[in-house]
Design a binder for this molecule. Structure first.
Ligand code: ATP
Length: 259
């Protein structure tokens, strides 16, 4: 599919914040992604869904600069990711990847910009605010081995937000959360996105989550991963989870996934 067909408007295609064109990634015999085109405009929220193993995480790894072996082009803010891309990109991984020796406060503070003094009272307040935002107040001094999987995931999310990056790449950040907490964290992410004008690419298995959060949902199919279709979610914001337009988008996504 041509990037022009996947773009939402002139912003997405003319001067995209995130762009891949003809992206192919091979791991030995395995072709993880095969000729994927995608353009995400400044401030846009795009979700990527698809069956297990279709290359969703690989796409984010390429955009974050973690995966340098690929064919095609991948740019962030117009800069080739192989040349460093943009340093204004935050990534939250599926596995929390917390530092075992640090408590919650220290693990979140690692996400602050390098030039911020972590002992500065304003920085400490920011870290404590983030911890409260993800509902972990009271656990500031807990270590990773004292946290549940969902709590660890929330620490990881707070760390990703600490830097206040212009671009957020999120790989299933809510997958280990119970439904109620998941909804709270989704709404918090939408607040951050709306306040900061962040550009977001979110990988998820959860069709309901993709439709609720995103402006556009990219459906990857098969192995190797190719763009099956792109679904525009035409629901007004702030969104109501029961909005007919969301239900229609969900149906379109599940049809494309063959569910
Ligand atoms: N480092 C690697 N070495 C070899 N194969 C890999 C590597 N990383 C990914 N793959 C393979 O590439 C394909 C795509 O993997 P990827 O993790 O991107 O899929 P995914 O859609 O994110 O899957 P899931 O939804 O299960 O997390 C899979 O077949 C996977 O086994």
């Amino acid at each position: 599919m041509d990037a022009a067909e996947t773009g939402r408007g002139p912003d997405s295609t003319a001067d995209p914040t995130l762009a891949v064109r003809g992206l192919t990634v091979r791991y030995g015999e395995t072709v993880a992604l095969d000729g994927v085109d995608l353009a995400v405009g400044d401030g846009e929220f795009v979700a990527v869904v698809g069956p297990s193993g279709c290359g969703k995480s690989t796409l984010l790894r390429v955009l974050s600069g973690l995966e340098g072996r690929f064919e095609g082009d991948a740019t962030v803010d117009g800069t080739d990711v192989r040349e460093g891309g943009s340093d204004d990109v935050g990534m939250v991984f599926q596995e929390p990847r917390l530092l075992a020796w640090g408590d919650v406060r220290e693990n979140v503070a690692i996400g602050l910009p390098a030039d911020v003094d972590r002992d500065d009272p304003a920085a400490r307040d920011r870290v404590d605010d983030l911890i409260e935002t993800v509902g972990l107040d009271g656990f500031e001094e807990s270590r990773p081995d004292e946290l549940s999987g969902g709590m660890a995931q929330r620490v990881s999310l707070a760390r990703g937000l600490a830097y206040d990056p212009a671009v957020l790449l999120l790989d299933e950040p809510f997958s280990a959360l119970d439904r109620l907490t998941k909804h709270e964290q989704q709404d918090h992410l939408l607040d951050v996105w709306a306040d900061r004008g962040t550009t977001v690419a979110l990988v998820t298995h959860d069709v309901e989550e993709a439709a609720y959060l995103a402006d556009r949902v990219v459906v990857l199919g098969g192995r190797p991963g190719t763009v099956e279709t792109v679904v525009d979610v035409d629901a007004d914001r702030p969104r109501d989870r029961t909005d007919e337009a969301l239900l229609a988008a969900r149906r379109e996504i599940t049809d494309a996934l063959g569910l």
